[in-house]
Design a protein around this ligand. Structure first.
Ligand code: CMX
Ligand code: CO
Length: 140
């Protein structure tokens, strides 16, 4: 059902500062920058690796508003790992299969994610405290 770790989402106060840190410390390269109003974030994807089932990234997230998902997380917990995004072949099917096991879906239907992906979130309280994202990329 899961193809790979597509990305790890990291909450930060200052996106430009964190991009600079990841570039200079790990030599990562930014492949996409977006503002996603629906998710309340300004974000960047930094490419880590390519595998048989697709690529993996670090997703740096800066909140657009204090009352957004990432804004609330930062004020409660500070900067750090916010979520894990798993690549799936078909996000709607993965939502149905995982929802049927009793895990709460945050999204009723897939939403728009980075780089044209379709995404959906699972509630962290049903995944051992880990906010989990399902990602169907637009590049198969
Ligand atoms: N990881 C683990 N637990 C988390 C969490 C996270 N990222 N965010 C919130 N929680 C926990 C809180 O600690 C809190 O637990 P306690 O009640 O034990 O204190 C509980 O969940 C409720 O948290 P809250 O601060 O009251 O926040 P909300 O319930 O309003 O929202 C959530 C939490 C997960 C439903 C919301 O953040 C959400 O819908 N997230 C999905 C969307 C998202 O994160 N978008 C940004 C990323 C976009 C992208 O990746 O492209
Ligand atoms: Co994400």
């Amino acid at each position: 059902m899961l193809l790979r770790i597509d990305h790890v989402g990291i909450a930060c106060h200052n996106l430009e500062e964190k991009i600079e840190f990841y570039e200079s410390t790990f030599g990562l390269v930014v492949v996409s920058r977006e503002v996603n109003e629906e998710q309340g974030v300004r974000e960047a994807m930094l490419h880590v690796a390519d595998g048989d089932s697709g690529a993996s990234y670090i997703q740096l997230l800066e909140p657009l508003h204090p009352d957004s998902a990432v804004g609330k997380y930062l004020s409660k917990r500070g900067e750090g790992v916010h979520h894990i995004g798993y690549g799936v072949p078909d996000v709607a099917k993965a939502m149905a299969d995982i929802g049927a096991k009793g895990v709460r879906l945050i999204d009723e239907r897939p939403r728009h994610g980075s780089m044209g992906a379709s995404i959906a979130f699972l509630h962290p309280k049903d995944v051992g405290g880990v906010l989990t994202e399902l990602v169907e990329t637009s590049r198969h």
